[in-house]
Design a protein around this ligand. Structure first.
Ligand SMILES: Cc1cc2nc3c(=O)[nH]c(=O)nc-3n(C[C@H](O)[C@H](O)[C@H](O)COP(=O)(O)OP(=O)(O)OC[C@H]3O[C@@H](n4cnc5c(N)ncnc54)[C@H](O)[C@@H]3O)c2cc1C
Length: 380
Protein backbone atom coordinates (compact mmCIF):
# COMPACT_ATOMS: atom_id res chain seq x y z
CA UNK A 1 0.00 0.00 0.00
CA UNK A 2 1.26 3.45 -0.93
CA UNK A 3 0.66 6.50 1.22
CA UNK A 4 -0.53 9.49 -0.77
CA UNK A 5 1.22 12.78 -0.12
CA UNK A 6 -1.48 14.98 -1.66
CA UNK A 7 -3.15 17.12 1.01
CA UNK A 8 -6.70 16.95 -0.38
CA UNK A 9 -6.47 13.18 -0.70
CA UNK A 10 -5.15 12.96 2.86
CA UNK A 11 -8.09 14.98 4.20
CA UNK A 12 -10.52 12.86 2.22
CA UNK A 13 -9.17 9.78 4.04
CA UNK A 14 -10.55 11.19 7.31
CA UNK A 15 -14.04 10.97 5.80
CA UNK A 16 -13.63 7.24 5.25
CA UNK A 17 -13.34 6.48 8.98
CA UNK A 18 -16.09 4.26 10.31
CA UNK A 19 -15.77 4.41 14.11
CA UNK A 20 -18.03 1.45 14.80
CA UNK A 21 -16.30 -1.03 12.48
CA UNK A 22 -13.01 0.43 13.74
CA UNK A 23 -13.94 -0.52 17.29
CA UNK A 24 -14.93 -4.05 16.30
CA UNK A 25 -12.04 -4.89 14.01
CA UNK A 26 -9.01 -2.72 14.84
CA UNK A 27 -7.02 -5.53 16.43
CA UNK A 28 -7.17 -7.66 13.30
CA UNK A 29 -4.48 -7.32 10.69
CA UNK A 30 -7.16 -6.56 8.06
CA UNK A 31 -9.32 -4.48 10.43
CA UNK A 32 -10.77 -1.04 9.66
CA UNK A 33 -7.80 0.95 10.93
CA UNK A 34 -7.30 4.42 9.48
CA UNK A 35 -3.62 4.38 8.43
CA UNK A 36 -3.62 8.11 9.21
CA UNK A 37 -0.65 7.99 11.57
CA UNK A 38 1.94 8.95 8.92
CA UNK A 39 0.04 12.23 8.45
CA UNK A 40 -0.66 12.86 12.13
CA UNK A 41 2.96 12.14 13.06
CA UNK A 42 4.26 14.43 10.37
CA UNK A 43 1.99 17.22 11.60
CA UNK A 44 0.10 17.40 8.29
CA UNK A 45 -3.18 16.85 10.13
CA UNK A 46 -3.88 16.77 13.86
CA UNK A 47 -5.74 14.41 16.17
CA UNK A 48 -8.11 17.32 16.92
CA UNK A 49 -8.85 17.80 13.23
CA UNK A 50 -9.55 14.07 12.81
CA UNK A 51 -11.85 14.00 15.84
CA UNK A 52 -13.77 17.17 14.92
CA UNK A 53 -14.22 16.23 11.28
CA UNK A 54 -15.50 12.79 12.23
CA UNK A 55 -17.94 14.26 14.77
CA UNK A 56 -19.16 16.70 12.09
CA UNK A 57 -20.15 13.69 9.99
CA UNK A 58 -22.82 12.99 12.59
CA UNK A 59 -21.40 10.08 14.57
CA UNK A 60 -22.60 10.04 18.14
CA UNK A 61 -19.70 10.75 20.49
CA UNK A 62 -20.77 7.82 22.72
CA UNK A 63 -20.38 5.46 19.78
CA UNK A 64 -16.95 6.82 18.97
CA UNK A 65 -15.37 6.17 22.32
CA UNK A 66 -12.89 3.48 21.23
CA UNK A 67 -11.73 5.55 18.28
CA UNK A 68 -11.41 8.71 20.36
CA UNK A 69 -9.51 6.80 22.99
CA UNK A 70 -6.97 5.56 20.45
CA UNK A 71 -6.45 9.08 19.13
CA UNK A 72 -6.00 10.19 22.73
CA UNK A 73 -3.14 7.72 23.22
CA UNK A 74 -1.06 9.85 20.87
CA UNK A 75 -1.76 13.08 22.74
CA UNK A 76 -1.05 11.30 26.02
CA UNK A 77 2.37 10.07 24.81
CA UNK A 78 3.16 13.51 23.38
CA UNK A 79 2.34 15.22 26.67
CA UNK A 80 4.56 12.74 28.48
CA UNK A 81 7.40 13.50 26.07
CA UNK A 82 6.97 17.25 26.65
CA UNK A 83 7.00 16.67 30.41
CA UNK A 84 9.91 14.23 30.54
CA UNK A 85 12.02 15.30 27.56
CA UNK A 86 15.06 13.09 27.04
CA UNK A 87 14.18 10.99 30.08
CA UNK A 88 11.98 8.93 27.74
CA UNK A 89 15.17 7.71 26.07
CA UNK A 90 15.84 5.46 29.05
CA UNK A 91 13.72 3.15 31.19
CA UNK A 92 11.04 5.48 32.50
CA UNK A 93 9.13 3.71 35.26
CA UNK A 94 11.39 0.84 36.16
CA UNK A 95 14.39 -0.96 34.78
CA UNK A 96 13.62 -3.46 32.07
CA UNK A 97 14.64 -6.84 33.36
CA UNK A 98 15.86 -9.35 32.41
CA UNK A 99 18.00 -8.04 29.54
CA UNK A 100 20.62 -10.16 27.81
CA UNK A 101 21.65 -7.86 24.94
CA UNK A 102 21.25 -4.39 23.41
CA UNK A 103 20.91 -5.47 19.78
CA UNK A 104 18.04 -6.54 17.55
CA UNK A 105 17.51 -10.25 16.78
CA UNK A 106 18.84 -10.94 13.27
CA UNK A 107 15.73 -13.01 12.53
CA UNK A 108 13.57 -9.94 13.19
CA UNK A 109 15.74 -7.73 10.96
CA UNK A 110 15.53 -10.35 8.21
CA UNK A 111 11.78 -10.94 8.66
CA UNK A 112 12.68 -14.56 9.22
CA UNK A 113 11.50 -15.40 12.73
CA UNK A 114 9.32 -18.29 11.54
CA UNK A 115 6.20 -16.64 12.96
CA UNK A 116 4.29 -15.78 9.78
CA UNK A 117 2.15 -12.99 11.21
CA UNK A 118 5.25 -11.17 12.45
CA UNK A 119 7.40 -11.88 9.39
CA UNK A 120 4.69 -10.57 7.06
CA UNK A 121 4.32 -7.47 9.24
CA UNK A 122 8.08 -6.75 9.08
CA UNK A 123 8.04 -7.24 5.31
CA UNK A 124 5.15 -4.78 5.11
CA UNK A 125 7.12 -2.33 7.24
CA UNK A 126 10.09 -2.49 4.84
CA UNK A 127 7.87 -2.28 1.74
CA UNK A 128 5.48 0.47 2.84
CA UNK A 129 6.77 2.16 6.01
CA UNK A 130 3.68 1.02 7.94
CA UNK A 131 3.04 -1.75 10.44
CA UNK A 132 -0.26 -2.62 12.10
CA UNK A 133 -0.41 -1.75 15.83
CA UNK A 134 -0.90 -5.34 16.93
CA UNK A 135 2.09 -6.52 14.91
CA UNK A 136 4.19 -3.71 16.44
CA UNK A 137 3.21 -5.10 19.83
CA UNK A 138 3.97 -8.69 18.80
CA UNK A 139 7.34 -7.69 17.36
CA UNK A 140 8.32 -5.69 20.43
CA UNK A 141 7.20 -8.53 22.72
CA UNK A 142 9.28 -11.03 20.78
CA UNK A 143 12.32 -8.76 20.88
CA UNK A 144 12.12 -7.61 24.52
CA UNK A 145 10.37 -10.45 26.30
CA UNK A 146 11.57 -13.50 24.38
CA UNK A 147 14.96 -12.49 22.96
CA UNK A 148 15.50 -10.30 26.07
CA UNK A 149 16.90 -7.39 24.05
CA UNK A 150 16.81 -3.97 25.69
CA UNK A 151 14.07 -1.92 23.99
CA UNK A 152 16.09 1.17 22.89
CA UNK A 153 17.99 -0.02 19.81
CA UNK A 154 15.10 -2.11 18.49
CA UNK A 155 12.83 0.93 18.90
CA UNK A 156 15.32 3.02 16.89
CA UNK A 157 15.26 0.36 14.15
CA UNK A 158 11.47 0.45 13.96
CA UNK A 159 11.38 4.27 14.10
CA UNK A 160 13.92 4.39 11.26
CA UNK A 161 11.58 2.39 9.03
CA UNK A 162 8.20 3.91 9.93
CA UNK A 163 6.69 6.77 7.93
CA UNK A 164 4.77 7.59 11.11
CA UNK A 165 7.92 7.59 13.25
CA UNK A 166 7.02 9.51 16.38
CA UNK A 167 9.54 9.14 19.17
CA UNK A 168 6.94 9.55 21.93
CA UNK A 169 4.57 6.86 20.64
CA UNK A 170 7.51 4.71 19.66
CA UNK A 171 9.83 4.81 22.68
CA UNK A 172 6.98 4.82 25.19
CA UNK A 173 5.15 1.94 23.49
CA UNK A 174 8.33 -0.14 23.34
CA UNK A 175 8.88 0.57 27.02
CA UNK A 176 5.25 -0.31 27.75
CA UNK A 177 5.69 -3.71 26.07
CA UNK A 178 9.05 -4.29 27.80
CA UNK A 179 7.62 -3.47 31.23
CA UNK A 180 9.86 -0.40 31.61
CA UNK A 181 6.87 1.96 31.35
CA UNK A 182 4.15 -0.31 32.74
CA UNK A 183 3.50 -2.55 35.69
CA UNK A 184 3.69 -5.69 33.58
CA UNK A 185 5.18 -6.92 30.35
CA UNK A 186 3.11 -7.55 27.24
CA UNK A 187 3.40 -11.01 25.68
CA UNK A 188 1.49 -12.78 22.92
CA UNK A 189 1.53 -16.46 22.07
CA UNK A 190 0.94 -18.21 18.77
CA UNK A 191 -2.78 -18.66 19.40
CA UNK A 192 -3.23 -14.91 19.83
CA UNK A 193 -1.14 -14.15 16.73
CA UNK A 194 -3.05 -16.75 14.69
CA UNK A 195 -6.38 -15.18 15.67
CA UNK A 196 -5.51 -11.60 14.75
CA UNK A 197 -3.24 -12.31 11.76
CA UNK A 198 -5.45 -15.06 10.29
CA UNK A 199 -2.62 -17.61 10.36
CA UNK A 200 -2.88 -21.19 11.59
CA UNK A 201 0.63 -22.10 12.69
CA UNK A 202 1.19 -24.74 15.33
CA UNK A 203 4.25 -26.14 17.08
CA UNK A 204 6.28 -22.91 16.80
CA UNK A 205 8.40 -21.53 19.64
CA UNK A 206 5.44 -19.29 20.50
CA UNK A 207 2.96 -22.13 20.63
CA UNK A 208 3.06 -22.17 24.43
CA UNK A 209 0.82 -21.42 27.37
CA UNK A 210 1.00 -17.89 28.81
CA UNK A 211 2.15 -19.24 32.17
CA UNK A 212 5.66 -19.86 30.77
CA UNK A 213 6.24 -16.14 30.36
CA UNK A 214 5.50 -15.38 33.99
CA UNK A 215 8.21 -14.30 36.36
CA UNK A 216 7.08 -15.43 39.80
CA UNK A 217 5.01 -12.61 41.35
CA UNK A 218 6.32 -10.15 38.73
CA UNK A 219 3.34 -7.81 39.02
CA UNK A 220 3.19 -7.70 42.80
CA UNK A 221 6.89 -7.84 43.38
CA UNK A 222 8.80 -6.86 40.25
CA UNK A 223 12.48 -7.74 40.57
CA UNK A 224 15.08 -4.95 40.41
CA UNK A 225 17.13 -7.18 38.21
CA UNK A 226 16.72 -10.68 36.88
CA UNK A 227 18.53 -13.04 34.60
CA UNK A 228 16.85 -14.69 31.60
CA UNK A 229 17.61 -17.98 33.35
CA UNK A 230 15.24 -16.96 36.17
CA UNK A 231 12.38 -17.25 33.72
CA UNK A 232 10.76 -20.39 32.42
CA UNK A 233 10.76 -19.05 28.87
CA UNK A 234 14.22 -19.51 27.33
CA UNK A 235 15.18 -17.54 24.25
CA UNK A 236 14.50 -19.83 21.29
CA UNK A 237 17.48 -20.64 19.06
CA UNK A 238 15.87 -18.65 16.24
CA UNK A 239 16.26 -15.41 18.23
CA UNK A 240 19.68 -15.83 19.79
CA UNK A 241 21.76 -14.01 17.16
CA UNK A 242 21.44 -10.24 17.60
CA UNK A 243 22.89 -7.32 15.66
CA UNK A 244 23.79 -3.74 16.47
CA UNK A 245 22.78 -1.43 13.66
CA UNK A 246 24.36 1.71 12.35
CA UNK A 247 21.39 3.76 11.11
CA UNK A 248 22.14 6.77 8.94
CA UNK A 249 19.67 9.32 7.57
CA UNK A 250 20.30 10.11 3.89
CA UNK A 251 19.66 13.86 4.14
CA UNK A 252 19.65 15.91 0.93
CA UNK A 253 22.70 18.04 0.08
CA UNK A 254 22.77 21.48 1.63
CA UNK A 255 21.75 24.17 -0.88
CA UNK A 256 21.24 27.91 -0.49
CA UNK A 257 17.75 29.23 0.23
CA UNK A 258 16.40 32.60 -0.66
CA UNK A 259 14.76 34.54 2.17
CA UNK A 260 13.31 38.04 2.23
CA UNK A 261 14.35 40.04 5.29
CA UNK A 262 11.10 42.03 5.51
CA UNK A 263 8.77 39.06 5.99
CA UNK A 264 8.64 36.42 8.76
CA UNK A 265 10.28 33.02 8.45
CA UNK A 266 8.17 29.95 9.25
CA UNK A 267 10.14 26.85 10.20
CA UNK A 268 8.92 23.37 9.29
CA UNK A 269 10.57 20.10 10.22
CA UNK A 270 10.08 16.30 10.39
CA UNK A 271 7.33 16.82 12.97
CA UNK A 272 5.60 19.82 11.39
CA UNK A 273 4.53 19.77 7.77
CA UNK A 274 1.18 21.52 8.23
CA UNK A 275 0.13 23.14 4.91
CA UNK A 276 -2.60 25.19 6.63
CA UNK A 277 -0.35 26.83 9.21
CA UNK A 278 -0.94 30.61 8.74
CA UNK A 279 -0.98 29.82 5.04
CA UNK A 280 -2.60 33.15 4.11
CA UNK A 281 0.37 35.04 5.55
CA UNK A 282 3.26 36.13 3.32
CA UNK A 283 6.31 34.41 4.76
CA UNK A 284 9.55 32.63 4.01
CA UNK A 285 8.76 28.95 4.57
CA UNK A 286 11.70 26.68 5.25
CA UNK A 287 11.92 22.97 6.01
CA UNK A 288 14.79 22.79 8.48
CA UNK A 289 16.64 19.46 8.50
CA UNK A 290 19.07 19.49 11.40
CA UNK A 291 21.78 16.81 11.09
CA UNK A 292 22.09 16.58 14.89
CA UNK A 293 18.41 15.59 15.23
CA UNK A 294 18.64 12.98 12.49
CA UNK A 295 21.85 11.60 13.96
CA UNK A 296 20.06 10.92 17.23
CA UNK A 297 16.76 9.85 15.65
CA UNK A 298 17.66 8.49 12.20
CA UNK A 299 15.06 7.88 9.48
CA UNK A 300 15.18 5.86 6.25
CA UNK A 301 15.46 7.01 2.65
CA UNK A 302 11.76 6.20 2.19
CA UNK A 303 10.89 8.47 5.12
CA UNK A 304 13.06 11.31 3.79
CA UNK A 305 11.30 11.06 0.41
CA UNK A 306 7.90 10.97 2.14
CA UNK A 307 8.74 14.14 4.09
CA UNK A 308 9.96 16.01 1.00
CA UNK A 309 6.85 15.00 -0.95
CA UNK A 310 4.55 16.11 1.89
CA UNK A 311 6.44 19.42 1.83
CA UNK A 312 5.12 20.02 -1.71
CA UNK A 313 1.74 20.85 -0.14
CA UNK A 314 3.32 23.95 1.42
CA UNK A 315 3.55 26.77 -1.11
CA UNK A 316 7.08 28.02 -1.64
CA UNK A 317 8.69 25.65 0.88
CA UNK A 318 12.49 25.60 0.64
CA UNK A 319 14.80 23.06 2.27
CA UNK A 320 17.72 24.04 4.51
CA UNK A 321 20.04 21.31 5.76
CA UNK A 322 21.88 22.56 8.83
CA UNK A 323 21.44 23.51 12.45
CA UNK A 324 18.92 26.12 13.61
CA UNK A 325 21.54 28.54 15.00
CA UNK A 326 23.62 28.34 11.81
CA UNK A 327 20.54 29.03 9.70
CA UNK A 328 19.57 32.08 11.78
CA UNK A 329 23.13 33.49 11.65
CA UNK A 330 23.67 32.78 7.96
CA UNK A 331 20.50 34.60 6.90
CA UNK A 332 20.33 37.13 9.77
CA UNK A 333 16.79 36.04 10.54
CA UNK A 334 14.74 38.14 12.95
CA UNK A 335 11.04 37.25 12.87
CA UNK A 336 11.07 33.45 13.26
CA UNK A 337 8.00 31.27 13.84
CA UNK A 338 7.83 27.60 14.76
CA UNK A 339 5.46 25.10 16.34
CA UNK A 340 6.00 23.82 19.86
CA UNK A 341 7.63 20.38 19.99
CA UNK A 342 10.00 18.63 22.42
CA UNK A 343 12.73 18.48 19.76
CA UNK A 344 12.50 22.25 19.16
CA UNK A 345 13.50 23.46 22.62
CA UNK A 346 16.63 25.10 21.18
CA UNK A 347 14.68 27.12 18.59
CA UNK A 348 14.36 30.84 19.28
CA UNK A 349 11.50 33.04 18.05
CA UNK A 350 7.73 32.94 18.28
CA UNK A 351 6.41 29.58 19.37
CA UNK A 352 2.97 28.58 18.08
CA UNK A 353 1.01 25.96 19.97
CA UNK A 354 0.03 22.64 18.44
CA UNK A 355 -3.55 21.35 18.21
CA UNK A 356 -4.67 19.09 21.05
CA UNK A 357 -7.95 17.21 21.40
CA UNK A 358 -8.33 18.08 25.08
CA UNK A 359 -7.07 20.71 27.45
CA UNK A 360 -4.91 18.31 29.45
CA UNK A 361 -1.28 19.07 30.05
CA UNK A 362 1.57 17.36 31.82
CA UNK A 363 2.74 13.91 32.70
CA UNK A 364 0.33 11.07 33.41
CA UNK A 365 1.87 7.81 34.53
CA UNK A 366 -1.04 5.85 33.10
CA UNK A 367 -3.20 6.42 30.05
CA UNK A 368 -6.31 5.87 32.13
CA UNK A 369 -5.47 8.84 34.36
CA UNK A 370 -5.26 10.94 31.18
CA UNK A 371 -8.44 9.43 29.71
CA UNK A 372 -10.47 10.03 32.89
CA UNK A 373 -9.84 13.76 32.47
CA UNK A 374 -10.40 13.58 28.71
CA UNK A 375 -13.81 11.95 29.13
CA UNK A 376 -15.02 14.85 31.24
CA UNK A 377 -14.22 17.21 28.37
CA UNK A 378 -15.66 14.86 25.76
CA UNK A 379 -19.21 14.96 27.11
CA UNK A 380 -21.98 12.69 25.90
C1 LIG B 1 6.09 -0.95 19.60
C2 LIG B 1 5.23 0.15 19.07
C3 LIG B 1 5.80 1.20 18.37
C4 LIG B 1 5.00 2.25 17.91
N1 LIG B 1 5.59 3.28 17.23
C5 LIG B 1 4.84 4.29 16.77
C6 LIG B 1 5.42 5.37 16.05
O1 LIG B 1 6.64 5.46 15.88
N2 LIG B 1 4.60 6.32 15.57
C7 LIG B 1 3.23 6.27 15.74
O2 LIG B 1 2.55 7.15 15.24
N3 LIG B 1 2.67 5.30 16.45
C8 LIG B 1 3.42 4.30 16.97
N4 LIG B 1 2.82 3.28 17.65
C9 LIG B 1 1.38 3.36 17.97
C10 LIG B 1 0.43 2.70 16.97
O3 LIG B 1 0.89 1.43 16.62
C11 LIG B 1 0.26 3.53 15.71
O4 LIG B 1 -0.04 4.87 16.02
C12 LIG B 1 -0.89 2.97 14.85
O5 LIG B 1 -0.67 1.63 14.56
C13 LIG B 1 -0.99 3.80 13.62
O6 LIG B 1 -1.81 3.19 12.64
P1 LIG B 1 -3.22 3.79 12.25
O7 LIG B 1 -3.10 5.23 11.88
O8 LIG B 1 -3.80 2.88 11.22
O9 LIG B 1 -3.96 3.69 13.64
P2 LIG B 1 -5.49 3.65 14.01
O10 LIG B 1 -5.72 2.42 14.79
O11 LIG B 1 -6.34 3.89 12.84
O12 LIG B 1 -5.62 4.84 15.04
C14 LIG B 1 -5.98 6.17 14.66
C15 LIG B 1 -4.94 7.11 15.22
O13 LIG B 1 -4.93 7.02 16.65
C16 LIG B 1 -3.59 7.13 17.13
N5 LIG B 1 -3.19 5.87 17.78
C17 LIG B 1 -3.79 4.67 17.65
N6 LIG B 1 -3.18 3.77 18.45
C18 LIG B 1 -2.17 4.41 19.07
C19 LIG B 1 -1.19 4.04 20.03
N7 LIG B 1 -1.14 2.80 20.52
N8 LIG B 1 -0.30 4.97 20.45
C20 LIG B 1 -0.36 6.23 19.98
N9 LIG B 1 -1.28 6.65 19.09
C21 LIG B 1 -2.17 5.76 18.65
C22 LIG B 1 -2.71 7.39 15.93
O14 LIG B 1 -2.57 8.77 15.76
C23 LIG B 1 -3.52 6.79 14.79
O15 LIG B 1 -3.22 7.36 13.56
C24 LIG B 1 3.61 2.23 18.15
C25 LIG B 1 3.05 1.16 18.85
C26 LIG B 1 3.84 0.13 19.30
C27 LIG B 1 3.21 -1.00 20.06
Amino acid sequence: MNFTTDYDEIVSLIDKIDPSSYAKSRNYIDGAVTRLSPYISRGVISTKQVLERTLERGFEPGKMEKFTQELAWRDHWQQNWIAKGREINSDLKRTQTPVSNTGVPAAVLNAHTGIDGIDQGIQELYATGYMHNHVRMYTAAMVCNMAYSHWLNPARWMYFNLLDADWASNALSWQWVAGANANKKYVANQENINRYCHTSQQGTFLDVDYSVFKYPNYEENPPKSASPTDLDYKTPDELIETKLLSLITPLPEKTAVSVLAEIPTYIYNWYNLDPKWDSERKANRVLLLEPSIFEEYPISEKSVAFMLNLGKNIAGLQVYVGEFSKFVDEYQLKDIHFKEHPLNSHYRGIEHSRDWMFDIKGFHSSFFGFWKKAKKQFRY
